[in-house]
Design a protein around this ligand. Structure first.
Ligand code: ASP
Length: 345
């Protein structure tokens, strides 16, 4: 695409980046998108077209859900051919979930979809929002000499780093560097220049057709183990009505207690067709169930290896696969294969 027809669709969903302090209560509240542009006059200095789409009303990202993800997919797919790239302004709290979900729902994506936000509202003097927004727009429009987008992926850009969306986790509620991609290298670093880590960026050999997906099944649970966890807690989770899958957060390289009742409960759930995926509670590293006996027994019980998946990615991938009405065996098989670069097998 030549610079003449470069364009970006800026989608504002809500979050701190577009918030302002209520003079009476001191609480942060959403304000109108028009005001966002007023606070970032620099937007007008881009020489290409920036159109906007606003969620009405804007959402705190704690309220994000599959309905809102579907809306994002609809907006992107309806406008896919009209823009070089897409920037989504989003609250930081659940941004990693949204980025993960979109990476699965936007199958065949060949344009940049960059999510960003900020820790301080854009109207505040020390805001990190301006930097994040302006650089995201630059990345969303960056093309190679042959006109192909440099980063045709769903990403999060935050505090100088561009990360594959489904590899990210929010790990800091205070500092500007709120996100990390613990198990995959950053896709770009922004300093004086934006340096792209081309080897790590997914590029499809030929231009794929975008295939948007809308069906998600939320009949899943996340079960985090801790020493002393009671049988009735495990039982309550596994006997949840309609439950189809569980993300089991285990210790270290995928280890769990060896207690007979524990393994039996998991085994029975697997037999009933509940898909249980083993991800580690550690921020960094991968599950290797064959490494210790404590992990090996989980494998014997029928539990699927989640490799180096984040919980955010495992949760949204399960929703996506279950939305297809696949058999439990098929979901297990697909959980062990990267669909959008979310795991390293
Ligand atoms: N509560 C806000 C949200 O996630 C926090 C933020 O934007 O950073 O929507």
């Amino acid at each position: 695409m030549s610079p003449d027809n470069t364009s970006v669709l800026l989608i504002y969903t809500g979050g701190t980046i577009g918030m302002i302090e209520n003079a009476e209560t001191g609480a942060l509240e959403n304000f109108n998108f028009e005001q966002l542009q007023k606070h970032v006059p620099e937007l007008q200095r881009f020489t290409f077209r920036i159109d906007t789409y606003q969620f009405d009303p804007p959402m705190d990202s704690s309220d994000m859900d599959p309905e809102a993800w579907r809306k994002l997919v609809r907006v992107i797919s309806d406008n896919y051919n009209r823009y070089t790239g897409f920037v989504i302004l989003h609250g930081t709290d659940t941004m990693a979930y949204t980025a993960s979900a979109l990476s699965f729902m936007l199958e065949g994506l060949s344009k940049p979809v960059i999510l960003t936000g900020s820790q301080l509202p854009i109207g505040v003097l020390r805001t990190d929002g301006k930097e994040n927004l302006l650089t995201s727009i630059e990345i969303a429009t960056a093309c190679r000499s042959n006109g192909q987008p440099i980063v045709p992926e769903v990403c999060i850009f935050f505090e100088n780093h561009l990360m594959r969306g489904n590899r990210t986790t929010k790990m800091n509620a205070e500092n500007f560097n709120a996100f990390r991609s613990f198990n995959y290298p950053v896709l770009a670093s922004a300093g004086i220049h934006i340096k792209y880590n081309n080897v790590q960026i997914q590029v499809h050999g030929n231009r794929n057709e975008l295939k948007p997906h809308y069906l998600l099944d939320t009949n899943i649970a996340v079960l985090k183990l801790f020493p002393g966890i009671q049988e009735n807690v495990i039982e309550a989770v596994l006997s949840t009505k309609g439950l189809k899958a569980v993300v089991l957060e285990t210790y270290g390289s995928g280890n769990a207690p060896r207690k007979t009742w524990f393994l039996q409960r998991l085994h029975d759930a697997c037999e009933q067709g509940i898909v249980i995926v083993n991800v580690t509670q550690c921020s960094s590293g991968t599950v290797e169930m064959e490494r210790y006996e404590t992990g090996y027994q989980l494998m014997q019980a029928g539990i699927v290896c989640g490799y180096d998946s984040t919980t955010e990615s495992a949760v949204t991938k399960l929703m996506f696969l279950l939305g297809h009405d696949y058999s439990p065996a098929k979901v297990r098989e697909l959980m062990s294969r990267p669909l959008a670069g979310e795991i390293t097998v």
